[in-house]
Design a protein around this ligand. Structure first.
Ligand code: GTP
Length: 596
């Protein structure tokens, strides 16, 4: 297809504003998917995605569309909607010339609407403002058209009004994509350069790489090279998705499609990298490549220790499809053998954990997630801490923690509640703007550690669900952080060590000591539970001693009954972990790590 007849676009929206539904409707209206084959959310392929209603992996579909008798090819590139996947969103946007900015006509602009709009503008995309769900009785398209027009600087009348559900307004929108989005521009005679915007592992075909060709062309059976690694591969298949993969003779300037090379690991075909021809390579890659960087770490342990090899195999398999997942073996005195895993964020952690439990049938326990700390010792050595129990014990000169720039949108009546929450989380207000008379945008710098845990829930409950949040990494800052250890009879329980702000150390210590006192059964001797910062004890509880005689109830000489009881106790012992001389049921660890 000549570039003049191609339009590459994406749909960007706040979560639940109806992106997948509109995408499905476009597939149907352009005849790519027949009505009877239409299953809800065609583009969301993974079960978890469908159940949670979120999009994790971007996909690209080619749709034919005619305007005034001229045939066009529309490539719709689906973008993931969650903050954890911002980098993938930005790569998908870089593959397009236009973006449909979708806003729920009953909700108005939300934090991710803004975040995605800014990403689109950074990528010089033509933005088409669209109000969705106009079929809803609560829709206020006129009111929100004003808001949207004010934001992007257009006339409210230029905002399209559609319903992804009923299909109303979708055909004019497709016409507008052809009319407003510029066709791709590139040099057909130059060495090939194509940007990878997604990469998915398929059990049967190996890695399927989605690319957007910028210059030159890619053809079947030639050798291609990845510009970041210099690795070369033979192109086994090249094609387009419409809506199933269909082999093609090649991809030229502006075209979007997939490549199959037989590699087995998505790390060899990374999002953001540039594909070129191995024989006549391009001089320089396309800009914007970035290694995925884990931001949140957590220990994952099998509840049944004998599942450890299965957990390792499962992680190896997941890694094939997830370039951002990192892990290494770790041993915990309390939890046994497991892995320290790094994730892009909390949602990424939850998704990985859920896939491990569901697809690989594993029962797992995960430790409190933590961020990465850079510790400088007084003698100048630098330590990167991804596990609180490894926080160095010597003289610490400086501890740095990652911070984010957060954008919060909410009705203005909640300004006070939001400020109070952010101050409590060590936030710094950067600025505040009114989007309309009753809606405000607040910008904060916040430590990542303070928002990865319960920030979003706290924000929602203080604003009755009306606030929305988006954030992006913004470097790091020095902070007064200490490690709190929890000791049972003087022995440190590694899984409970935490790095917290100095002012929070006492609260954490009292909370954990109290919790463990409830959870750990009494022993033959007294067990002190202590919380300590270095050698200084900051909180203490005691578990009183008892003498436990399992045979006491068995008066009389029923020997078989006695034996049964002893057997039962032995079985119970297997599920006990020893911390020094103290027996702790595994359930106690699990409960202490999972509650609130
Ligand atoms: P993510 O993929 O998770 O970002 O969500 P999304 O933006 O794709 O939202 P999705 O298409 O899953 O729609 C969210 C909810 O809104 C679903 O319950 C849809 O049925 C509903 N919905 C989407 N479009 C419309 C619409 O035009 N009208 C009405 N009434 N409901 C809609």
């Amino acid at each position: 297809t000549p570039p003049e007849a191609i339009r590459n676009f994406c749909i960007i929206a706040h979560i639940d504003h109806g992106k997948s539904t509109l995408a499905d409707r476009m597939l149907q209206i352009t005849g790519v998917v027949e009505e009877r084959a239409m299953r809800a959310q065609y583009l969301d392929r993974m079960d978890i995605e469908r159940e949670r209603g979120i999009t994790i992996k971007s996909q690209a579909v080619r749709m034919p569309w005619e305007v005034e008798g001229h045939p066009y090819v529309l490539n719709m590139i689906d973008t993931p909607g969650h903050v954890d996947f911002t980098y993938e969103v930005s790569r998908s946007l870089a593959a397009c010339e236009g973006a449909v900015l979708l806003v729920d006509a009953a909700q108005g602009i939300e934090a991710q609407t803004l975040a995605n709009l800014y990403l689109a503008l950074e990528n010089d995309l033509t933005v088409i403002p669209v109000l969705n769900k106009i079929d809803l009785p609560a829709a206020q398209p006129e009111k929100y058209a004003e808001e949207l027009a004010g934001l992007i600087g257009c006339d409210p009348a230029d905002c399209f009004q559609v319903s992804g559900k009923t299909g109303a307004g979708v055909e004019p929108l497709l016409d507008a994509i052809v009319g407003q989005v510029p066709p791709p521009v590139g040099d057909p005679a130059a060495p090939a350069r194509a940007m990878i915007f997604d990469s998915v592992y398929d059990t049967y075909r190996g890695v399927v790489t989605y690319v957007r060709v910028v210059d030159g062309d890619l053809n079947p059976r030639e050798r291609i090279a990845m510009m970041s690694t210099k690795a070369t591969h033979e192109l086994l298949e090249i094609g387009v998705i419409s809506p199933e993969p269909t082999p093609a003779d090649g991809l030229g300037v502006g075209e979007v499609g997939y490549l199959i090379t037989g590699v087995k690991d998505v790390r060899q075909s990374r999002v953001g990298d540039t594909v070129t021809n191995a024989r006549t390579p391009a001089d320089s890659p396309l800009g914007g490549y970035r290694d995925p960087k884990p931001m949140v770490f957590s220990g994952l342990y099998p509840i049944d220790g004998s599942d450890y090899p299965d957990l390792r195999d499962a992680l190896d398999k997941l890694k094939l499809n997830d370039a951002a997942l990192v892990y290494e073996p770790e041993t915990s005195a309390a939890l046994g053998f497991g892995f320290r895993c790094g994730f892009l964020g909390l949602l990424h952690l939850e998704i990985v954990r859920e896939r491990l439990e569901r697809e690989f049938d594993l029962d797992l326990i995960s430790t409190q997630p933590n961020v990465v700390y850079d510790v400088t010792m007084e003698d100048g050595t630098e330590v990167v801490v991804t596990n609180p129990s490894e926080f160095p014990g010597g003289k610490v000169a400086d501890v740095r923690e990652p911070v984010v720039r957060a954008t919060i949108l909410a009705p203005s009546e909640f300004i006070g509640a939001i400020m109070e929450l952010c101050q409590g989380k060590r936030g710094t207000l950067l600025g505040m703007d009114y989007l309309s008379e009753d809606r405000v945008e607040m910008r904060y710098t916040l430590p990542l550690a303070e928002i990865v845990f319960d920030f979003f829930d706290a924000l929602k409950s203080r604003t009755r669900g009306y606030a929305s949040l988006d954030y992006e990494p913004a470097g790091d800052q020095s902070a007064d952080l200490v490690k709190v250890d929890i000791l049972l009879q003087g022995e440190q329980v590694d899984a409970f060590s935490a790095i917290v702000h100095k002012d929070r150390a006492y609260g954490y210590g009292v909370m954990m000591a109290g919790k463990l006192k409830e959870l750990i059964p009494r022993q033959q001797f007294e067990v002190p539970i202590q919380a300590a910062v270095g050698a200084r004890v900051i909180a203490r509880e005691n578990i009183r001693a008892i003498r436990k005689d399992v045979l006491a109830k068995c008066y009389g000489g029923d020997i078989s009954r006695k034996r049964k009881l002893l057997e039962k106790q032995k079985e119970g012992k297997k599920r006990m972990k020893m911390v020094g001389r103290v027996e702790v049921p595994q359930e106690a660890f699990i409960a202490a790590l999972t509650s609130d």
